[in-house]
Design a protein around this ligand. Structure first.
Ligand code: HEC
Length: 116
């Protein structure tokens, strides 16, 4: 009997881990509106392009939301400076940046799904 209890406890633990793995990315995406982000990101496409990126400008598609937000914060604070990016980053507010981050993350999910 003891053995069965131990097993069911480890199954419950495993189920919790799986559930968290599914729920957490969904919660993270709720912080931004990907539809609005797609609209805002139109102004970035001229330089960052649709994938693959044109010229030597880094691609934004599929960028990790945290990484994207950190990069934008660096331009906004002046920690990182670039004539174009400083203008674009300071013209957006934090909600705009969260929406674009959600849009880029959503694109990453779609690329993953279509390559499966
Ligand atoms: C006029 C061209 C241009 C436009 C428009 C533009 N960018 Fe950029 N962006 C650049 C260039 C050039 C760099 C690389 C600059 C550097 O070295 O810091 C860059 C870098 C970035 C980075 C850092 C990438 C990394 O991997 O470090 C992010 C994030 C970014 N841009 C987001 C945006 C967003 C969001 C928009 C639209 C709101 C936008 N950019 C519009 C030219 C542009």
């Amino acid at each position: 009997m003891k053995r069965i209890f131990a097993d069911s406890r480890s199954w419950a633990g495993l189920a919790t881990v799986i559930l968290l793995a599914i729920v957490q990315p969904a919660l993270a995406q709720e912080s931004g509106d990907p539809e609005r982000g797609a609209h805002l990101a139109n102004q970035c496409a001229g330089c960052h392009g649709p994938s693959p990126p044109q010229w030597a400008i880094p691609a934004l598609q599929g960028m990790d939301p945290q990484r994207f937000t950190d990069r934008m914060a660096a331009y906004r604070s002046g920690k990182r400076a670039h004539p174009a990016m400083t203008v674009f980053a300071t013209a957006l507010d934090e909600a705009d940046i969260a929406d674009i981050a959600a849009y880029l993350a959503k694109q990453a999910d779609e690329t993953e799904r279509s390559s499966q």
